[in-house]
Design a protein around this ligand. Structure first.
Ligand SMILES: Nc1ncnc2c1ncn2[C@@H]1O[C@H](COP(=O)(O)OP(=O)(O)O)[C@@H](O)[C@H]1O
Ligand code: SF4
Ligand SMILES: [Mg+2]
Length: 334
């Protein structure tokens, strides 16, 4: 029996755990991650490289390859027809139908998402085939041209015949987004979608994602290590560190009143979060090795405010103010 979802919730992830069983040891990549995505909002997952953002979102539709394994948790998803399924438990066949259709991904590297042997038209046709059963070639091309127009690709009638190598990085990423939205997904997961692009193209792609959210009510999970992007597009933010969510708040609240020492350090590392190109580079220390991490708070070795208890026990994730959660002993001592 599946517990019900709140009416406006598209996705509810609870206690997700993913490990990689490597020769060097067990990597605790994602440890007890829980979060929600509501209808028509943009939720950001933010944190330095290696803190578990990609693994978290790939695990939602079981895109974890060996030696990785999802060892626990649930991911309740409200389908287009209103039914609620646990993406971590449904049969493979049902999951395959949901993936790319109701849940779509845009990954960081547009080059790897497109097969160099096939034209843009072919990529789009492949994506929509199941959705538009019985559609002829002409109809599919027409749909493709419409999609390319939507992602603001100039001369779509000509571009649709191009092969990936004939397009710039920004154009390729637009094509990837066009295929991702082709079936009007309920949930779009964009994993660092602008990282390799120059600043102007970055801005255009972000505007595009915002437009999609506004026009079609698509819910978006946006993964980024760039706080400028977070400030600009998201409604709510989850901050990840060491495979866990350490803070959650509405975007304004988070920037005005960051509570977790890690979030505070992230914000200090970016003097002006509204500048798109700033990077998180100057937090002293490095992200923790997730092979057999020690008990307690994973930020402790880098935390200027660490206390005795921090090394002994995991801080609980508690709601400090309405809608503002944090996992840090500074707020859990009562
Ligand atoms: N195939 C893999 N084998 C072993 N460890 C992995 C693999 N993929 C990811 N990891 C580990 O999982 C953790 C989270 O990685 P990831 O989700 O990619 O981080 P992020 O997207 O936040 O940069 C990291 O410690 C990373 O080294
Ligand atoms: S729990 Fe302790 S070590 Fe962790 S962030 Fe809070 S104060 Fe720092
Ligand atoms: Mg990543």
């Amino acid at each position: 029996m599946i517990e019900s979802l709140k009416a406006n919730t598209v996705l509810s992830v609870r206690d997700l755990n993913v490990k990689f069983y490597t020769y060097a040891g067990i990597v605790h990549a994602v440890s007890g991650v829980s979060f929600d995505v509501y209808e028509g909002e943009i939720v950001s997952l933010v944190g330095e490289t290696g803190c578990g953002k990609t693994v978290t979102t790939r695990a939602i539709t079981r895109l974890i390859e060996p030696p990785g394994r999802i060892v626990g948790g649930s991911a309740l998803f409200r389908r287009r027809n209103g039914s609620v399924v646990d993406l971590l438990k449904i049969p493979d066949e049902e999951l395959r139908r949901i993936r790319g259709d109701e849940v779509a991904y845009v990954f960081q590297d547009p080059t790897s998402a497109l097969d160099p042997l096939y034209s843009v038209a072919h990529h789009i046709a492949e994506t929509v085939r199941a959705h538009y059963k019985g559609a002829g070639k002409k109809e599919l091309i027409g749909l493709g041209v419409k999609l390319l127009k939507q992602v603001l690709i100039p001369h779509p009638e000509a571009r649709i015949k191009n092969f990936p190598h004939e397009l710039s990085g920004g154009m390729r990423q637009r094509v990837v987004i066009a295929t991702a939205i082709a079936n009007k997904p309920r949930l779009l997961i964009a994993d660092e979608p602008t990282t390799n692009l120059d600043v102007t193209v970055q801005a255009q792609i972000l505007d595009l994602i915002k437009d999609l959210q506004r026009e079609y009510g698509v819910s978006v999970i946006l993964i980024t290590h760039n706080l400028g992007i977070v400030a600009e597009v998201s409604d709510r933010v989850y901050v990840m560190y060491g495979g866990k969510i350490v803070e959650h708040a509405g975007v304004e609240e988070l920037f005005e009143k960051p509570m977790h020492p890690y979030t505070q350090a992230l914000l200090r590392a970016v003097p002006n979060p509204l500048k798109r190109i700033e990077k998180l580079e100057s937090i002293p220390g490095t992200v923790p090795n997730l092979i057999d991490p020690p008990p307690g708070c994973r930020f402790r070795p880098r935390c200027p405010r660490a206390m005795d208890v921090c090394g002994r026990r995991d801080p609980p994730f508690i709601e400090v103010e309405p809608g503002h959660h944090v996992a840090c002993w500074l707020y859990a001592m009562g």
